[in-house]
Write a new protein. Structure first.
Length: 125
């Protein structure tokens, strides 16, 4: 059994996918979110601003799915430049507290922005 989630306050998906899918058993899979501001449609300048907007978008999708980032058990981070890793950790700490979810961070070629983040939530119903 699956429940497909559309988050009205998040940027629309950039392709044929759902913002999130809640699966039987209490897991919610959040699609990768980028730094597009859902009100203006623009991408902020600078890595830290992009990271912050991306995490705000991810939080919006988590809330639309009935949870929050506190429910995250795994986070996937895709950055175009790994030299931003220390700055990302500082911004990430604004949105997550110990105990932190498991996380993977990789370098990726991203189309027009510097960061994308996805997550898996537990018990968000």
């Amino acid at each position: 059994m699956k429940r497909f989630v559309t988050a009205p306050g998040a940027p629309p998906p950039g392709g044929p996918y759902s913002h999130a899918v809640a699966a039987h058993g209490g897991l919610v899979f959040l699609a990768g979110q980028g730094p597009t501001n859902p009100v203006t449609g623009k991408i902020p300048a600078g890595f830290e601003a992009q990271a912050r907007q991306t995490l705000k978008n991810l939080a919006t999708v988590a809330e639309a799915a009935g949870g929050s980032l506190r429910d995250a058990i795994r986070v996937g981070v895709f950055m175009s430049d790994m030299s931003n890793f220390p700055a990302f950790n500082a911004v990430y700490s604004e949105f997550f507290e110990p105990p932190y979810p498991a996380r993977t961070t990789i370098q990726s070629n991203l189309p027009g922005f510097e960061i994308e983040i996805d997550a898996v939530l537990a018990h968000a119903e």
